[in-house]
Design a protein. Structure first.
Length: 513
């Protein structure tokens, strides 16, 4: 017979967590739910064994709630504690109720009902080598068998590419949730009733170390994927439903892999990597190039921030930054980044990754903004974008931004149309914080010239010439981004020009517009 326990309490800055003792026998299963009853509380629930080890943990039981739920079967029994806490990376507070039920393994079936997707009609399943696909042919979530045929082929192709060819570790197993040990994919209506998602990946229970990577210790979690049931998406009419299905699955499956390394880190890392994976794994189906506009239109925005100016989509557009790292250090650098994310928080993980290649965050970001200008990307021909031109310098004197300035790890670009010749440049009114670069384009090559706080340039012989104001300042985590002021002086000069630091391929360059 099941045993039920219920507790209530309040979590806030003064009392961020509460713990309750629990005794389990070998083979006992426990179902634990926590829900907010007042305030804006975002709960997290964890089960901790007698050695202080977290054996199960959950933040959000589903994608549309901040309440929590977990299930666990004790192999040996013993003393445990149930911890309810508020989410660490927010300042929510309020009252809560936690319910604990101890019984046999059938309890875990109840967990499915409150944490997994409930489809609108009788559920059918298809099992492939690595996946179980859940779908229905009735109601609002209805799909078709022909669509499932395409998905069945695609999921295994995506596994072969990302796990087999690219060498990523498989996502952590979820035990028998979903009916067996295969990775679960659900087909549901995500593009109706005000919703507009093509898919999402939901992390579930904390699994800790991923046994697929014995060389390192992660803080990972199991997960499942939900995909749009028919991909009838009017605004994406240029792409077929099957193509959108394939690229969305590729994107979401990479999230499943990422959750094997770490569950809570910068949104930038999760979305930029998964969007890049669309181009790396299934380039003919990719949907990533549509996000380039949010980087090219708003180069002045803080790197990594989810900003309103770019409709919150700049983190997807920064797949270009992942590609820039790959162009410099090879495809394995992306896995190196995620191995560091398992150990380091925020931008520290990026700093560690770049340091192993003799580079810094500031240096990599400066090169990234130059690469965006010259468009040295294999897919540049379908970008239909150039970086935003801040202004055109057509006379000597003092110039400044026309917008609001430049945020952390971001850039402003000025076109120089002065008569060919030598000029002295100087940055002022910027608290001594910003850097200046010159980029001269000649034919299919572009010279990048560091000017530091100012230097000498010679525009002679170039088809196009630009000055880039770069902000190397950043904090971690990325938040509270602000605009930095500056002035830029250009005067006729006779001194020897600064030397070229790097020559870029400008075969896909287009003049800024």
């Amino acid at each position: 017979m099941a045993q039920d326990f219920e507790y209530t309490g309040t979590l806030d800055a003064n009392a961020p967590s509460q713990e309750y003792s629990l005794q389990l026998n070998a083979g006992d299963s426990v179902l634990i739910t926590a829900e907010a009853t007042s305030g804006d509380l975002d709960t997290v629930v964890a089960l901790i064994d007698a050695n202080g080890r977290t054996v199960a943990e959950n933040d959000d039981r589903q994608s549309d709630t901040l309440d929590s739920a977990l299930g666990y079967t004790s192999p040996d029994g013993g003393a445990y504690s149930v911890q309810v806490r508020r989410y660490e990376f927010s300042e929510t507070s309020g009252s809560f109720r936690v319910e604990i039920t101890v019984g046999d393994e059938s309890l875990l079936g109840e967990l499915e009902l409150i944490t997994r997707v409930q489809l609108s009609g009788p559920v059918r399943t298809r099992d492939t080598e690595h996946f179980r696909i859940h779908y229905t042919l009735e109601g609002s979530d209805a799909t078709s068998e022909s669509f499932m045929n395409a998905l069945e082929i695609s999921v295994e192709e995506i596994w072969r590419i990302q796990i087999g060819r690219m060498g990523w570790a498989p996502p952590p197993a979820d035990g028998a949730r979903g009916g067996n040990g295969l990775y679960d994919v659900y087909m549901a209506d995500l593009f109706g009733d005000g919703e507009s998602a093509l898919g999402y990946t939901s992390p579930e229970d904390l699994t800790g170390d991923n046994p697929a990577t014995p060389e390192m210790i992660e803080q990972g979690a199991s997960s499942y994927i939900v995909l749009e049931n028919d991909f009838d998406v009017p605004e994406r009419e240029s792409a077929s439903a099957i193509s959108l299905l394939r690229t969305t699955m590729s994107h979401e499956f990479n999230h499943a892999i990422q959750f094997g390394y770490a569950v809570d880190d910068l949104t930038l890392f999760y979305e930029a990597t998964s969007t890049w994976m669309e181009t790396a794994a299934l380039s003919k189906d990719e949907d990533a190039t549509g996000y380039v506009q949010y980087i090219y239109k708003y180069p002045e925005l803080c790197f990594g921030a989810d900003t309103e100016e770019a409709s919150g989509l700049s983190v997807y557009g920064h797949w270009l930054f992942i590609q820039a790292m790959v162009d410099s250090y090879g495809e394995t650098v992306v896995r190196e980044l995620w191995q560091n994310i398992a150990t380091y928080d925020g931008l520290d993980a990026l700093a560690q990754t770049l340091a192993a290649h003799g580079e810094t965050i500031e240096g990599m970001l400066a090169n990234y903004h130059i690469q965006n200008l010259v468009r040295e990307y294999d897919l540049a021909l379908i970008f239909d974008q150039t970086v935003w031109r801040e202004d055109t310098i057509d006379a000597v004197g003092r110039w400044t931004y026309t917008g609001r300035g430049v945020q952390e790890l971001a850039a402003n670009y000025f076109e120089v149309t002065l008569p060919p010749g030598r000029y002295d440049t100087n940055l002022t009114n910027d608290e001594g914080l910003l850097d200046l670069w010159a980029i001269g384009v000649r034919g299919q090559e572009a010279d990048a010239i560091p000017l530091d706080r100012g230097g000498a340039i010679d525009t002679t012989g170039y088809d196009h010439y630009y000055l880039m104001v770069f902000n190397p300042v950043y904090d971690d985590p990325v938040r509270g981004c602000r605009y930095y002021d500056y002035s830029l002086d250009l005067l006729a000069g006779k001194t020897t020009p600064n030397v070229v630091a790097r020559v870029w391929d400008a075969a896909f360059f287009e003049p800024l517009r």
